[in-house]
Design a protein around this ligand. Structure first.
Ligand SMILES: [Zn+2]
Length: 323
């Protein structure tokens, strides 16, 4: 199926998602497959993964890693523009690495706790928080995490984004042009990229995942078709020498992003075909689908389970007659 086919349906399906965070999407699909064992999901706060480090990517852009993922800081004469705030436990470590510089703008790539846990702290210190509209809705609402069978309380009001957008947003910080854009249903339903155009650094959130298994937060609207489309959008923006920064893992080149896209596209083609023929995540695992790509999955069944959940929610995008 062509990208435009996937996207045109998805654009239409966006109408009326405002109440998404509180909507119980579960129910009828829950019994169709064995749920993966309950372990902390993407929406849970991760433990620290290693030492906190700060690396200069360009004259103005610094990468702070290990909080527990990546946070990007752009220095400007007016203060710092931050992409993601780290987990609640590690936000102080982020601030420490800024050396006392004031953050005037914080941009969230999506709602997960590892990226938004420091929102309250930075907001109280004077930062204005920007995000996609749907990310703000998740942060403002209690939500259920099916993989862990638990509820997460809404973040305090100080942590809520106050400047939101749906498609694109732009701003200047000193000499730097900053562009943000929607990545439709790539990992959640509120993912964005942040492109520091003059520094040539592209933050892609959890839409690329060179280190951890790619996560599809299907309960929040992410699915494999959306992810493939979003990666194509990112490839259109990135130049050969753009520094591409995922939420977890090392800085990527465009060629590495292209390779990850090609892997996900192959898995999209294979798993949609199998879903069309009524196959389950377990069937896909036994058929060796993940062995067809050059990637070691740490939890292959969980990845395929999440792929299938997303496919069922979007089956009219690629088939429409699952047998
Ligand atoms: Zn995430």
């Amino acid at each position: 199926m062509k990208k435009t086919d996937r996207r045109s349906f998805l654009q239409a399906s966006l109408t009326g998602v405002a109440g998404l965070a509180a909507a119980p999407l579960f129910g009828s699909l829950a019994g169709c497959q064995t749920a993966p064992s309950r372990k902390p999901s993407a929406a849970a706060t991760s433990a620290p993964t290693g030492p906190v480090t700060a690396t200069k990517l360009t004259e103005r852009v610094t990468l702070i890693s290990g909080v527990p993922g990546n946070v990007i800081a752009l220095s400007s004469p007016d203060g710092v523009v931050l992409v993601d705030s780290g987990s609640a436990a590690l936000a102080s470590a982020v601030r420490k690495n800024l050396g006392g510089a004031k953050v005037h703008t914080l941009i969230n790539t999506h709602y997960h706790a590892d990226q938004t846990g420091g929102n309250e702290q930075f907001s109280k210190a004077g930062a204005e928080i920007h995000s996609h509209k749907i990310t703000a809705q998740w942060l403002e609402t209690d939500y259920y995490v099916p993989a862990d069978d638990r509820w997460v309380k809404a973040q305090p009001k100080a942590a809520w984004p106050t400047k939101t957008f749906r498609e694109k947003s732009g701003m200047k910080a000193g000499a730097e042009s900053i562009e943000c854009g929607y990545l439709l249903e790539a990992h959640t339903r509120g993912d964005i990229y942040v492109f520091f155009r003059d520094s040539n650094v592209l933050a892609v959130g959890d839409v690329a995942s060179p280190l951890r298994d790619p996560v599809l937060d299907w309960y929040a609207g992410g699915w494999l078709g959306g992810r493939v489309d979003a990666m194509e959008d990112l490839l259109a923006i990135a130049k050969d020498d753009t520094k591409i920064v995922p939420c977890y893992g090392p800085v990527m080149t465009r060629a590495q992003l292209q390779a990850e896209h090609d892997m996900m596209k192959h898995l999209y083609d294979r798993t949609t075909d199998l879903t069309d023929h009524g196959r389950s995540a377990q069937d896909m695992l036994e058929a060796g689908v993940l062995k067809e790509v050059n990637r070691e999955f740490k939890d292959p069944y969980k990845f395929l389970y999440d792929v299938c959940k997303g496919h069922w929610a979007h089956y009219t995008n690629f088939g429409g007659n699952i047998v």
